[in-house]
Write a protein that binds this ligand. Structure first.
Ligand code: SF4
Length: 462
């Protein structure tokens, strides 16, 4: 399966320069906040600890899933297991029919994008409202999210103004507060009339059977408590072993994502409404979803990607993501974690292009709160693509030639002389690899003398 990344990235850069400036501005802002928030704690020690907890969890995931299931059932939740997207859709189809659902409100959930919940519900005639403001914006625009935490960061204010003007009738020059108020009016009505609320889960605590949700807008709390039925979609890797683990994970998530000490709203859900309680749903359904995670878990080089807590920090730090935003990747998960996770969850063939959406600067590894070895994993996908013959022959030839040259001093001297005699790297479009590389760079003039010549002259002059 080809990802189409190269062509989409080129289109984004050439045709939508406003996306690049919006994404760069937003990600630099997020990343700056993260750096400040990490500076307030002993971040290295916290990250080591969190990575250890996740490694421990992944080594015994089957046991913790059973424990979580027992805890959830004890609280009165109904637990479902879905091996793939089709299973999730079947479960949702049955729930919609059983509860007579015609309206659904949703909290932001990347997993719901992964298993295509909205198209399913719409095909059943159910009205779906995304209630996170960013998600609501892109739902109005008919687009998928472009960032794990900020789904609409690729859109500037002018674009959102025009969109709301067209869809909601707000003034063409409406202030951001007016735009938010217009969205709030629509969503309030949806919260009060929806029969079902669908959320993801940031964590599920195995020890206590607690579904944990973190947000800044209050929309998830309304989504999970106002409608009669709450359905939580949970990737099987989203567990934490102990309730006490939350103390660090809640802070690390918020610090890595937005630079906050903790999310504005943290909901700890222990089952549906109990007798005598004034609010909350009458029914809670938790759907544990595999959808390729088991095969990632079984992959010695990739399993740590399942530690991801979807903070988005690696996207914000990535110089490649910053240029195009998430849509160019053409997948639910973009940026460094998307490059690693997507081939594992969907199709290893996708790594042939996505694996090269990376400059190997390793900035992602420096910020990841759970220390996922993303650069090493991206390199491993590249290696696998080469082994499977998915990478172009020209590139292989060029790198073999380069390796032959730099490991033989005589060839190396000859090669650098030829480059100096020629027009330099940017004047070498006849080299397929360098030609593509040079197209995005300013002119690089070769030095008139080689390093060795300069060095020998220096030694002679001493
Ligand atoms: S890989 Fe790490 S930095 Fe990237 S989203 Fe996941 S937890 Fe955050």
């Amino acid at each position: 399966m080809a990802s189409g990344y190269k062509a989409a990235a080129k289109r984004a850069l050439v045709e939508r320069p406003e996306v690049r400036s919006a994404v760069t501005k937003a990600t630099l802002h997020f990343d700056g906040n993260r750096a400040r928030a990490y500076g307030e704690i002993d971040a290295e020690a916290w990250r080591d600890w969190a990575a250890g907890v996740k490694r421990h969890l992944l080594g015994r995931l089957d046991r913790y899933l059973e424990e979580a299931e027992a805890g959830l059932r004890a609280h009165g939740a109904v637990v479902h297991w879905a091996e793939n997207a089709a299973d999730v859709q079947e479960i949702l189809r049955a729930l919609v029919a059983d509860y007579g659902v015609s309206r659904v409100v949703k909290g932001k959930s990347m997993l719901s994008e992964e298993v295509e919940v909205n198209p399913l519900l719409e095909s059943l005639g159910v009205e779906v409202f995304e209630t996170d403001l960013g998600e609501y914006i892109i739902q109005l625009a008919g687009e998928p999210p472009s960032h794990i935490v900020g789904p609409a960061i690729h859109k500037g204010l002018e674009e959102i103004r025009a969109l709301f003007h067209e869809k909601l009738g707000t003034p063409a020059d409406a202030e951001p507060t007016e735009l938010a108020a217009a969205a709030r009016r629509v969503l309030r009505d949806a919260f009060l009339s929806a029969e079902m609320g669908i959320s993801g889960a940031n964590f599920v605590v195995a020890e206590t059977g607690t579904v944990v949700l973190v947000e800044n807008e209050g929309n998830i709390r309304l989504t999970t408590s106002a409608p009669r039925v709450h359905v939580a979609l949970v990737g099987i890797e989203k567990l934490l072993p102990r309730f006490g683990d939350l103390e660090v994970f809640l802070q690390l998530l918020a610090r890595a994502a937005t630079g906050q000490k903790i999310g504005t709203f943290v909901s700890l859900i222990n089952g549906p409404r109990r007798e005598g309680e004034p609010d909350g749903p009458e029914h809670l359904h938790v759907i544990f979803v595999d959808n390729g995670r088991s095969s990632v878990l079984a992959d010695d080089e990739m399993y740590e990607a399942l530690s991801c807590i979807r903070c988005g920090a690696c996207l914000n730090a990535c110089p490649v993501y910053r240029q195009t935003g998430g849509h160019a990747y053409g997948q639910v998960y973009s940026g460094p974690i998307g490059v690693v996770l997507t081939p594992g969850l969907k199709d290893p063939g996708l790594a042939a292009e996505l694996g090269y959406a990376c400059s190997l600067c390793t900035a992602c590894a420096d910020v990841c709160p759970v220390r996922i070895p993303l650069p090493g994993q991206i390199l491993a996908w590249r290696r696998r693509s080469v082994e499977r013959g998915l990478v172009s022959g020209g590139e292989k030839l060029a790198f073999n030639g380069y390796a032959a040259m730099v490991t033989r001093p005589r060839f190396y001297r000859l090669g650098s002389k030829l480059l100096r005699l020629g027009k330099g790297l940017t004047g070498a479009p006849w080299l397929p690899v360098l030609g593509a590389w040079a197209a995005g760079h300013g002119p690089l003039e070769p030095s008139p003398k080689s390093f060795r010549e300069i060095w020998e002259e220096e030694l002679a002059g001493e």
